[in-house]
Design a protein around this ligand. Structure first.
Ligand code: SF4
Length: 349
């Protein structure tokens, strides 16, 4: 979507927003939104008290999208989208308590294309097609359709769960719309703001490990299909269940991957919380709590939680680590054979 389309209804041009002194506070607020998203993975929204502040929030929201688009970094884009969606979730939880707020949530649902019926009580009904779409990446049992009350195509959910569904819809919409198509001249005019954002982004990436791709000591070619598939989900930012996170974490720790690199692996998850993740990884590594290092789950346990993605090479394997070790041995054997063959050829010359 073009930025001009976003501004069409406001009567203000993007050039005004970018260069007019009247919008300096909106530009600073836009930069602050992004810095908060980078640093903490969340955006603190001020209580909007008057029309002036509401306008500033609105324009800063647009400007933040422009700034993120100028940076053009996929990690920043996902982190920003997740932080904006989380802020929307917090706002919705507060809005449910007033009639005016409920109307806003209703309007937001319409804008996001989510079909919903508000009955005025503590539950709402969401059309099952929207429900399935928005819970697609949610692995917790409670989101499974069989665990919900379904009547004539409508799924009953609590207000809190509904806010969580809309959080996902907000994130989806931001990722669909962005990056915006922004003229290079606009990005150039925003350079002072962009420089600080880029610096903070690099700092964050460095703190999370060696960038976004983990600096793993493992051989990815030898990973069992279960861990490979779960890692793919995690890296692409899909929500994954707790048993799946535990399986990946304990497996990687057993291969000698560092806590830092594992935390970095989870950085793209929509609900990523760096502190919490680090605590959990350290707990599984045995450096916290009971100080017991956990073993990765067996194939039987992986199957129980729906985390097994068995293929023909899993034949006779009862533990993902055994799969990895076998593949690694085979690979090393092949490499040695090749080396021997090379030497034999060289010796014959
Ligand atoms: S059979 Fe075992 S190793 Fe293979 S995908 Fe399933 S859980 Fe993983």
């Amino acid at each position: 979507m073009k930025t001009s389309e976003l501004l069409a209804t406001s009567g203000i041009t993007l050039e005004d927003l970018v260069s007019s002194a009247a919008f300096e506070s909106a530009r600073l607020r836009a930069k602050e939104r992004i810095l908060q998203a980078i640093r903490k993975g969340e955006i603190r929204k001020p209580a909007v008290l008057d029309e002036i502040r509401a306008r500033k929030e609105f324009f800063s929201h647009l400007l933040a999208q422009v700034l993120v688009s100028c940076v053009g970094d996929p990690f920043l884009l996902r982190r920003y989208a997740t932080a904006e969606a989380k802020a929307a979730y917090q706002q919705m939880l507060a809005d449910f308590y007033s009639e005016a707020g409920q109307e806003l949530v209703h309007k937001l649902s319409e804008d996001l294309g989510v079909h919903v019926v508000f009955d005025g009580g503590a539950v709402v009904r969401v059309h099952f097609t929207d429900y399935l779409r928005l819970t697609n990446g949610m692995r917790d049992e409670k989101w499974k359709l069989v665990n919900r009350r379904l009547s004539k195509g409508w799924v009953q959910v609590s207000l809190e769960d509904f806010a969580r569904l809309l959080q996902e819809a907000v994130r989806e919409q931001i990722l669909e719309r962005m990056p915006l198509s922004v003229d290079a001249k606009i990005c150039e005019a925003l350079r002072p703001y962009l420089e600080e954002i880029k610096r903070e982004l690099e700092k964050k990436k460095a703190a999370l490990g060696s960038g976004i791709e983990p600096r793993v000591e493992m051989d990815e070619d030898c990973l069992p299909p279960c861990i490979s598939e779960l890692l793919r989900h995690i890296r692409s930012g899909m929500s994954v269940s707790h048993p799946a996170r535990f399986a990946v974490t304990s497996f990687l720790l057993n291969l000698g991957v560092s806590v830092e690199d594992i935390v970095a692996t989870f950085a793209n998850l929509p609900d990523f919380d760096e502190e919490k993740t680090r605590y959990q990884v350290e707990h599984i590594a045995g450096v916290r709590g009971h100080r017991r290092k956990y073993s990765p789950p067996s194939c039987a346990t992986m199957r129980t939680y729906g985390n097994c993605f068995k293929n023909a090479e899993c034949e006779g394997v009862s533990h993902p680590l055994a799969y990895y070790e076998r593949k690694l041995r085979e690979k090393l054997k092949k490499q040695k054979q090749k080396k021997r063959q090379r030497k034999a050829v060289e010796g014959a010359r």
